[in-house]
Design a protein around this ligand. Sequence first.
Ligand SMILES: Cc1cc2nc3c(=O)[nH]c(=O)nc-3n(C[C@H](O)[C@H](O)[C@H](O)COP(=O)(O)OP(=O)(O)OC[C@H]3O[C@@H](n4cnc5c(N)ncnc54)[C@H](O)[C@@H]3O)c2cc1C
Length: 383
Amino acid sequence: MKRSRGSVLVVGGGIGGLSTAVALRQAEYDVTVVEIRADLHSSVAGVGIIQPVNALRALDAIGCAEACLAAGYATTAWGRMLDVEGNPLREMPGARIPGSGLPCMNGLSRPRLHHVLTDRARETGAVLEYGKTFHSLADGPDGVAVALTDGTTRTYDHVVGADGVRSRTRPYVLAEELKPVYLGQSAFRLDIPREPEIDRIVLQHGPDGLVGYVPIGPDTAYLFLNVTWEEGRRLEQDKAAAELRERLAPFGGLTARVRDTHVTDDRARDIVFRPEEWLIAPAPWHRGRIVLVGDAVHAVTPHLGQGAAQAIEDGVVLAECLAAHDAYEDAFRAYADRRHDRCALVVESSVAIGAYEMDPSAHPGFDHAGLTQRVLEEMVRPL
Ligand SMILES: Cc1cc2nc3c(=O)[nH]c(=O)nc-3n(C[C@H](O)[C@H](O)[C@H](O)COP(=O)(O)OP(=O)(O)OC[C@H]3O[C@@H](n4cnc5c(N)ncnc54)[C@H](O)[C@@H]3O)c2cc1C
């Protein structure tokens, strides 16, 4: 039996929580994950996921890159930008990690990613408990006493809050007032059959938002549309296809074809509609023995496809820091020191792209493709 460095409860079995669980198991911690939803499938929101090369590097560190590449669609370039009519405007080369052999982007369906992460978490010995969360956390000198919704109280050396943008762990670490901010945009997403030209991310700028396509398998892609949307306004699911068609009406080329063929009323229930929110908490990202990862501490809007990548990187770096420091507070400080500025760059650049999409005339000279490339190049630097 391998020795254990300590026990960790991870709250949240999403992308960040499962990645952190694997990384901590590899660093010889005993790990339990509690996920509030009833099972693996119900914890997956959304259609597909963009995995930039830095996500693949972090997935490689936890033994998951190969399975993601096998289950997804790897591209030879980041993307291509089209005008509203569908004419090519600009190539987006993306960035690679020299010598890694990793592609600059892999597109994957979220359920497949969840299967890969869940299988790996189980294989490494993490315990996954579904339909469960905590009532309260009490941090003490000997550990965190966690009162769970199953009526038990357990004590762990550390608690990792990986419970997403609406984190209930966050107030145990950060000021109550620190809450995610609604960007002013929401996103439609829909699986479609992959057209041959969707062999990378394809972006088409329109008068009120941006439509994009991401390949997620040989035969599958997804469409997304970021639109300006009043905070709290509801979208009736039955009317989602009609609303999406209307928003896509000004577009020609690829989007016109997709709109007329695939955005049909019988697909209304398949459309995922999500608000875009952001948050970047100042360091430190821990209090006592409780530490935060992923959207709980830096919620990322989808404009650079980097939110999940950052959550996975958090898990890898957190485990490295815990392995490198004897005192957990030193480890947690080192973790946030290594992560904060990188996550801030992603959050702030994504927000800037969103602001531009909502009102291009207010941002003359804004270089969407140029900013994307700069961030991608920054992301390939060593973690
Ligand atoms: C429209 C949209 C598109 C996006 N597209 C991309 C993309 O293409 N590429 C990319 O990298 N990122 C993308 N992102 C961002 C990405 O989805 C998130 O950054 C990523 O999922 C964060 O992972 P996480 O584990 O921190 O949070 P989540 O994935 O939200 O996981 C949190 C988990 O915690 C569980 N949970 C919540 N509360 C509790 C509780 N109290 N107790 C126990 N469990 C709890 C939830 O059920 C969930 O399983 C997108 C985001 C949006 C909004």
